[in-house]
Design a protein around this ligand. Structure first.
Ligand code: GUN
Ligand code: ZN
Length: 444
């Protein structure tokens, strides 16, 4: 039962994007904080003693001191059917897709397999402190059914979509413009708005969709203008070149999606690394979101995403961050932001730890237009939380001895932290970090 409870610890929640490491106005920090949770929502937040004074006398209390309590992490781009693709040895994106990823995704026609992997997927998210994600399923409706059914079981706020793809992949992974349209409509009818589920219209990328299928995606976007649209954009030079060949009439890669009415405020564009100025302007004008997937971009050798440069343009591009499992190599948003930091270093830019923690929480919630519900510890939000311990390993514990400020502690968490730093994950006020299953099989 989701009864009222009082959670005590060090609270951190962002009010807006931090402008500098010294921007203390951008966040709210309570050294001895309390969160009053009622019906899965945050009913009061602030100084522990003040919040306790508002709570019923017999209330259950959970004391997480000295750990940090933040809004649960949000992951804006990943692929749930790629859990068994992570760590596949390939030279580049297209080789990786054709050699490992497409064959693996064919298995999701089997609903038992889809259900088994979905359970593991949510376990892994929660183990890493991620409470909301936007993920691709496969072309098979069975995969979307498994994904959303499991999200409902866990009470999690999830975005997902049946992938539309009708060319340039194995037969077992292809639909048609009509089937892609019909099955996406069926997924919307069965799952959108149920529990905390959000269905996304999901044409995989221009290479795997014919112009006829793009028209079908456009029709869906017109019929369901509030839905997310997710796809991939400008990840790899060979991909960009081939895409140009397939759509010779388009000005550039971005223009393909624009021509089919797929660029808007709820459009989530994975990668978007190699954009021209014209394309960045087009994203900015549409309010579409470029999603940085740093571990994936490094792992596949795709390129260095110019995040800070895109954010400070005269026409800024909205940016979010994500793991991109299984092109990405870690489920952890902490590991993800460590790699994001290093990419900006290589580009001669600074990404400070306040910005990183903002992006993983409120920033990604704003990118998903969900900041009223997730991404902060504000009263009225759903109590999706992560509890973090910056001394979770011996090496981190030793480093913590010399750390004096909150930004230093956050930077340590980002630089050395992973799932071991996640003490607990709450979904709608319920503790949900999975206990270890012990279900591992040795490779033969
Ligand atoms: N582009 C099209 N499909 C994919 C995918 O599954 N992963 C990545 N990283 N890029 C893609
Ligand atoms: Zn992707």
């Amino acid at each position: 039962m989701n009864h009222a409870k009082l959670i005590r610890g060090r609270l951190l929640s962002f009010k807006r994007a931090p402008l500098a490491l010294t921007d203390i106005e951008s966040y709210r920090y309570e050294h001895d904080g309390g969160l009053l949770i009622s019906n899965g929502k945050i009913a009061a937040a602030g100084d522990y003693a003040a919040v306790k004074a508002q709570a019923p006398e017999e209330i259950e209390e959970i004391d997480h001191r000295p750990h940090l309590i933040l809004p649960g992490f949000i992951d804006c781009h990943m692929h749930f059917p790629q859990m068994q693709v992570v760590a596949s040895y390939a030279g580049n994106l297209l080789e990786w897709l054709n050699t490992y990823t497409f064959p693996e995704e064919c298995r999701f026609v089997e609903s038992d397999h889809a259900a088994r992997i979905a359970a593991h997927f949510y376990d892994e998210l929660l183990r890493h402190g991620t409470t909301t994600a936007a993920a691709y399923c496969t072309v098979h409706k069975t995969s979307a059914d498994a994904y959303f059914a499991e999200a409902m079981k866990r009470g999690m706020c999830m975005v997902g979509g049946k992938v539309m793809m009708d060319r340039n992949a194995p037969q077992g992974l292809l639909d048609t413009p009509q089937i892609g349209y019909d099955e996406t409509r069926a997924v919307i009818a069965e799952w959108h708005g149920k529990g905390r589920n959000h269905v996304a219209i999901t044409p995989r990328f221009a290479i795997t969709s014919t112009p006829q299928q793009m028209k079908a995606a456009q029709a869906l976007a017109q019929e369901f203008p509030d839905l997310f649209i997710q796809t991939h954009l400008s990840e790899n030079h060979e991909e960009i070149r081939y895409t140009g060949e397939l759509y010779p009439e388009a000005k550039d890669y971005t223009d393909i999606y624009a021509q089919y009415g797929l660029l808007g405020k709820k459009t989530l564009l994975g990668h978007a690394i190699h954009l021209s100025d014209r394309e960045a302007d087009a994203l900015s004008e549409a309010g579409a979101i470029a999603i940085h997937c740093p571990t994936s971009n490094l792992f596949l050798g795709s390129g260095l995403f110019p995040m800070k440069a895109l954010m400070r343009r005269d026409k800024p591009v909205r940016v979010a961050v994500a793991t991109d499992i299984g092109g990405g190599s870690s489920y952890s948003m902490l590991r993800t932001m460590d790699e994001a930091y290093k990419i900006q270093q290589l580009l001669g830019e600074r990404l400070n730890p306040l910005e990183s923690f903002y992006l993983m929480t409120r920033g990604n919630a704003e990118a998903l237009s969900m900041v009223e519900d997730i991404g902060t510890l504000d009263v009225g939000s759903t109590a999706d939380l992560v509890v973090l311990n910056a001394a979770s390993t011996p090496a981190m514990q030793l480093r913590m001895e010399t750390i004096k400020t909150l930004p230093e502690e956050l930077f340590l968490l980002q630089t050395m932290g992973d799932d071991r730093a996640v003490v607990e994950t709450y979904v709608a006020g319920m503790a949900r970090k999975p206990v270890e299953r012990g279900e591992t099989a040795a490779a033969s």
